[in-house]
Design a protein around this ligand. Structure first.
Ligand code: NDP
Length: 440
């Protein structure tokens, strides 16, 4: 029997993996094949890997976990996250729980408008070249769309042309750059391939119109016409923790946000925290996460200084958080339809459009950032992080099964989470066990 869909799964973290999988399977009506793929029993078939990349020799696994408690625009989402770093999923689930109690996240996403760039060189006069391109706009758009008629039938396609004249990087003696932007609505696709086809297709015509020469023609990963935004508004008393008042915690978060706005050294780490969540969902859902990363960091520099993607402040007794970033995502294209793990992740997420996926990922990025700032602005992150990291250290030192948790706890208690310490505890544990069984 199926259960009511909720992302609020109390005690989920305490269950053994098979019970977690069974619960998710019941709730989402997953097939036995999907369940065995989820647990890593079945891997990506080598013949599919071989279709995806060159020189394939096999596949490579990452842990897949579920971000819990997320509510965006009033809807619950269980969020598949593929990530190697401990504490990311615990932190995002904890943050989403607090925000859920405050009414959940609100999010929105732009249409899938991407930019294709065509660089014109040796054009003569830049103003004249720009005017010629602008005058040929309708023909350029029609030509671009002729390469993707199906996209146009779906309501997408090339929609507009912009011409930018940029100062020469060599200074006033160099030739200014004439760059044509073709704005393309890529609908449910990330769009890189289809835009590149259009950009390469229109280049000869642009050469003809301007008398210039085109070298570069490719999409821009600064997808700033395709932004996603998420907000949350948390009553300050809800933040009280670590023997600190809500006001103190909120003040710590707001101060951390000011720090990141003023200082690129801090902003880089602030944004890394945002991308912890964004990338983990992007990987699980088959997105081009290098494209997302490149777009996010370029967008963070839009004011001429690298800045945080999110902002936190206090207003009328609430802590307000806001995140905005470009998200060029796809529900078709690339590996999305051929990778069974990606299909499974999308089924768990229950998304029906690429804009909905962008809203979820924006909310996850904001939740991740909230969790990090909440700890950083109060007790620091090491206490929580080291407790989770200790398990990895214990495994590295050779612990297996129940002894992993034991060794991890001993290291945390001793305040010394290192492989040599874990080995010491392991040896002591082995001696104790030998003594108890009368061996050794
Ligand atoms: P694909 O070309 O693989 O797929 C997109 C195609 O899917 C469209 O052209 C369209 O073809 C078809 N399609 C079917 N249904 C829809 C729909 N509802 N909406 C939109 N398209 C639909 O992928 P992309 O063009 O999205 O390119 C993404 C890939 O490009 C990623 O794998 C990325 O890694 C890679 N890439 C990235 C680069 C970068 O970021 N710099 C550079 C080069 C490649 P049709 O209209 O004919 O049906």
């Amino acid at each position: 029997m199926s259960e009511k869909m909720t992302s609020r799964l109390a005690g989920f973290y305490k269950l053994p993996i098979p019970e977690r999988v069974e619960q998710i399977g019941r709730m989402l009506r997953l097939s036995p094949e999907e369940l065995s793929f989820m647990q890593g029993v079945q891997a990506l078939p080598p013949e599919i890997a071989n279709q995806m990349i060159e020189n394939a020799v096999g596949t490579f696994s990452l842990p897949l976990g579920l971000g819990l408690n997320l509510q965006v625009n009033g809807r619950d989402y269980l969020v598949p996250m593929a990530v190697e770093e401990p504490s990311v999923i615990a932190a995002v689930s904890f943050a989403a729980k607090i925000v859920r109690e405050a009414g959940g996240f609100t999010a929105e996403a732009d249409d899938s408008m991407m930019i294709g760039q065509v660089q014109v060189t040796h054009y003569g006069d830049p103003t004249e070249a720009s005017q010629k391109i602008a005058a040929a706009k309708d023909q350029i758009l029609a030509l671009a769309n002729s390469f993707h008629p199906q996209l146009v039938n779906r309501g997408g396609g090339a929609k507009d042309i912009e011409v930018r004249v940029l100062p020469a990087p060599e200074g006033p003696r160099g030739e200014p750059l004439v760059i044509v932007h073709v704005l393309v609505d890529t609908q449910e696709a990330m769009g890189a391939n289809l835009i590149n086809t259009m950009a390469e297709g229109i280049a000869p015509f642009i050469e003809q119109v301007t008398g210039g020469k085109v070298y570069l023609r490719i999409l821009s990963n600064l997808a700033d016409r395709r932004l996603a935004r998420a907000w949350c508004r948390i009553p300050v008393p809800l933040l009280a923790d670590f023997n600190l008042s809500g006001q103190e915690i909120a003040e710590g978060i707001a101060q951390a946000s000011r720090f990141a706005r003023a200082d690129p050294y801090r902003a880089a780490t602030h944004n890394k925290g945002v991308m912890n969540g964004v990338d983990a969902v992007a990987i699980a859902t088959g997105q081009d996460w290098r494209a997302i990363e490149a777009g996010a960091h370029a967008f963070a520099c839009r004011e001429g200084q690298y800045r945080p993607l999110s902002n936190w402040y206090l207003e009328d007794g609430f802590l307000i958080g806001h995140l905005e970033l470009p998200l060029a995502l796809g529900l078709v294209g690339g590996p999305i339809k051929i990778h069974p793990g990606v299909q499974l992740s999308l089924k768990i997420l229950r998304v029906s459009s690429v804009r909905e996926l962008a809203m979820i990922i924006a909310a996850i990025g904001l939740a991740q950032n909230f969790a990090a700032l909440r700890a950083l602005g109060s007790v620091g992150i090491q206490q929580g992080h080291m407790a989770l990291h200790a398990r990895c250290v214990a495994v590295t030192a050779g612990a297996r099964g129940a002894s992993v948790e034991k060794i991890a706890n001993l290291m945390v208690k001793a305040g010394h989470v290192k492989v040599d310490k874990a080995r010491e505890f392991l040896a002591a544990l082995a001696e104790e066990e030998d003594a108890a069984t009368g061996t050794g």
